[in-house]
Design a protein around this ligand. Sequence first.
Ligand code: SF4
Ligand code: SF4
Length: 449
Amino acid sequence: MKPPLNLAKESDVNAIGFTVTRPEDHKQRTLEKMAELRDSMRSLMVMLETCTKCGNCAQQCHSYLGTGDYNNFPAARAELMRRVYKRYFTTAGKMFGRFNGAEEFDEETLSKWVTYFYQCNECRRCARYCPFGIDTAEVTIAARHILSELGIMPKFMQSIASAMIKSGNNMGISKLACLDCVEFMEEEMQEETGLDIKIPVDKPNSDILYVPSSADFFTNVDTMIGVAKMFHHLGVNWTIPSSVLEAANFGLLFNLDVMREQNQRLNAAALELGASLVVQGECGHGWRAAKMYTEGASGPVPFKIMHVLEYCDEHLHELPLRKLPMKVTLHDPCNYSRGGGIIEQPRRIIRACVEEFVEMTPTGADNFCCGGGSGLLMDEMLEIRMQLGKKKAEQIKALGQIDYLAIPCSICKAQIPTVMKHYGLEGFEKGGVMDLVGKAMIYDKPEEE
Ligand code: SF4
Ligand code: SF4
């Protein structure tokens, strides 16, 4: 079986500080890494020991529903690691082997890991429907971590890790390029509002450190503009750190040590600029990585971390908003609605900004993934990504005509328009939630002389 991914070359893997394991050592290194995870991720081992094969999770996974591939059934996906765990880490598996569902680790197993752990979006929807709460996303995270420790990683992930090391952001944006983009956005806001609304970069002694998605400098500028208008109106002392121009943290999606390094960069930037509050921009997995793991990576931190939608929701009553004549629906990014604590906040914000808000079915914590999550935005995965996005397309189609699809996550913002086009669903705008805040703000533009 040949995985559909473009894997990074050895020289590229070495360039980000990893080594490539020789094929003859794959098994030993994999078992060493599994032993490490057994000690550090106890929940993983419980999940590998518990599944009763009841099948409840099958109809809840958009990856299985979209591809129809048995190995994308959540329990079957986890079984790819479970069988190896049983063979080498349980007494019954060591004694009875296949009769106890255990399997030797070999190159065929490795190839299946690469293929199917990169067809899981780590969306956690399966966990909501499992009677034991088995979260296949955790198994996927562990498997991708082990693969990366063997030096096996998609070229896409390796390139992003490389850009993060060099510039602190996925796209390799320099401070100069960032300042150019900021100047452009400030001019746009000046022209629209007549006000001198700033997007400060590296301003010392700032109370709030705002960490945007790097895509907000180029492709999603309306998201950044919405945030800048909000901070300006509230009169807060804020800045963006040029050393961490990125809310995303792709380490969570392929190697946990890379994730911790990015968490530490965020910590260092907040300390250097003196912030007491870090506000994370519209990025799903970046929010999860910052909220759940910053203290794990750096120890206790002297600042609070909030998501921009939490912050905006808290200050909603202070913002001068009008209701735009639009029918809007919301895509819930998985890392917000399942484990990120963000469900009602975007809904309250949208309702304050537009005349009509409609829910998808299912919605909130039960909403389906867009099929691009966990870093599957690679070109070579396009065909599979469209299969993974099928449930999302069905949900949008069922709503009939809408004017705007709110997508408050950069990865979903990149995936969903392609999915919509693929399934022939067009004729409405797509963008962030903060975009709507920016558009709904009321200004008395000064009269020109
Ligand atoms: S985490 Fe999501 S994509 Fe992965 S197996 Fe579970 S439901 Fe499927
Ligand atoms: S719902 Fe849980 S116990 Fe049932 S098959 Fe899926 S993972 Fe296993």
